[in-house]
Design a protein around this ligand. Structure first.
Ligand code: ADP
Ligand code: MG
Length: 151
């Protein structure tokens, strides 16, 4: 399956790319964000929120696990870093199958609970201020989405 790649030179460019991507999103879309601490997962999510016309400030939900915002579509922002070891079912499905867009930071830590079809976005720290962003779509919906964004 094709992967899509771009580079950004600063946090604004990462945010702007996410903002552009947001225009293509539909209810029920799930985006998994992967990358080390400080790679730009939350920065990306802030841009996405802007693109969904969310007015509230989006902060890292590390201590709350899930935060919900209202915009053109609802945004469910999850950071599962701290629930990794929990075997508890936190009811993620309700969000994935809901009427909004779900963004999951550190998604691989809850791999078994993720839907089969989703868009994984990897952020790699390249140099000071620079990131490589790789989009890895799984399933026809996300392949189409990537084609539209990169055409
Ligand atoms: P994460 O959520 O992955 O831990 P954050 O988005 O919270 O990462 O932090 C990323 C940090 O890196 C921010 O301080 C941001 O300003 C900085 N940064 C520098 N260059 C970039 C870039 N090209 N893309 C995204 N963030 C960048
Ligand atoms: Mg974060």
């Amino acid at each position: 399956m094709a992967k899509y790649e771009l580079k950004t030179r600063n946090s604004d460019e990462t945010s702007q790319f996410a903002e552009r991507l947001a225009a293509f999103l539909q209810p029920g879309d799930v985006i998994a964000l992967e990358g080390d601490l400080g790679a730009g997962k939350t920065t990306f999510t802030k841009g996405l929120a802007k693109g969904l016309s969310i007015k509230r400030t989006v902060n890292s939900p590390t201590f709350t696990i899930i935060k919900e915002y209202q915009g053109r579509l609802p945004l469910f922002h999850m950071d599962v870093y701290r629930v990794a070891d929990s075997l508890e079912d936190l009811g993620f499905d309700e969000y994935f199958e809901g009427n909004g867009v779900t963004v999951v930071e550190w998604a691989h830590l809850i791999e078994e609970q993720l839907p089969g079809d989703l868009l994984t976005i990897y952020l790699y720290h390249e140099a000071e201020g620079q990131r490589k962003i790789v989009l890895d779509p799984k399933g026809p919906r996300y392949e189409q989405l990537c084609k539209e964004i990169f055409q």
